[in-house]
Design a protein around this ligand. Structure first.
Ligand SMILES: [Zn+2]
Length: 282
């Protein structure tokens, strides 16, 4: 049982990477699977376009949990983090679900892009305890590009009617703290708790996808259509996927198109300390 756990901070391109990999035989991208039970509870859409309760891929796995999903959704929100270690009844049902899932998928490698947050930082460690071979994929976005994604995201909120004048200071400061700890924990989990650690820069994927695939995963890009990637059966939290059933990798170029506030530009550059001085490919 192998799992590529896409770790690091949100808005770093995890959906792009997850979607890219799921297009190859032998790899299955399951999106932000930490939200799976929530997603089932609210019957949200799978990235295949079906409501998750109708999705042929997920249906068989939660059939036997009928009536327990609501409880699992609430408890995952509460206990998936550190508290889960002390909550045995929750652990057993959560462990049972994922053990069963990984066993049924022993012929493929799973790509889970739940990343690292207060809620999910134990997830790769739990998987490892369940006997899954976990590779931590540390996805890192250049600080200027990350800041640009955050500002674009907050502009979207603005369009929804949330009026923000000037620079959204609180949002950016909170994002910085979030990014700092997500990268810190990814380094710690990746280096000390896992056998496998890969450091990937978002730019590598969008600038030269062909080379990226060969170098990091030994995959041949000519086997898939990079302009029309199938979105697979990913779970929630994926903005790109919600818009359409396929995405193109040839269109994205990773360029800066916004004027970035100078203070934040330098503050976010602190994140570079998490970037290894020489490339790590294991
Ligand atoms: Zn689906």
């Amino acid at each position: 049982m192998n799992c590529f756990y896409i770790s690091g901070y949100g808005r770093s391109g995890s959906t792009v990477l997850d979607t890219l990999l799921t297009n190859f035989d032998g790899l299955e991208g399951i999106g932000e699977a930490t939200n799976l039970f929530d997603c089932i509870h609210n019957n949200e859409y799978c990235s295949c376009g079906e409501p998750i309760l109708e999705c042929e891929y997920w249906k068989p796995f939660f059939k036997e949990y009928n009536g327990k999903i609501n409880k699992l959704a609430i408890e995952t929100r509460k206990y998936e983090g550190l508290r889960g270690l002390f909550k045995k009844s929750y652990n057993s049902i959560y462990d049972q679900f994922w053990t069963n899932y990984f066993k049924s998928n022993s012929n493929v490698d799973i790509v889970d892009s739940s990343k690292i947050s207060r809620k999910t930082f134990m997830r790769p460690i739990i998987f490892k305890r369940l006997g899954v071979n976990v590779t931590i994929v540390h996805l890192y976005k250049n600080s200027d590009l990350l800041l640009q994604s955050l500002l674009k995201g907050s502009n979207k909120d603005l369009n929804k009617g949330v009026k923000v004048e000037g620079i959204p200071h609180i949002f950016l400061l909170r994002s910085f703290v979030g990014a700092f700890f997500a990268n810190l924990f990814t380094c710690l989990i990746g280096r000390f708790f896992s056998n496998g650690y890969k450091f990937i820069e978002y730019e590598e994927i969008v600038v030269d996808c062909d080379t990226f695939l060969v170098n990091h995963f030994g995959l041949n890009s000519s086997l898939v259509d990079l302009e029309n990637l199938n979105c697979g059966h990913g779970v929630s939290g994926n903005r790109v996927r919600k818009k359409s059933k396929s995405i193109s990798l040839r269109k994205s170029n990773g360029n800066i198109s916004l004027t970035l506030p100078i203070f934040y530009k330098y503050l976010f550059r602190v994140l570079v300390i998490f970037k290894p001085s020489k490339p790590i490919i294991e």
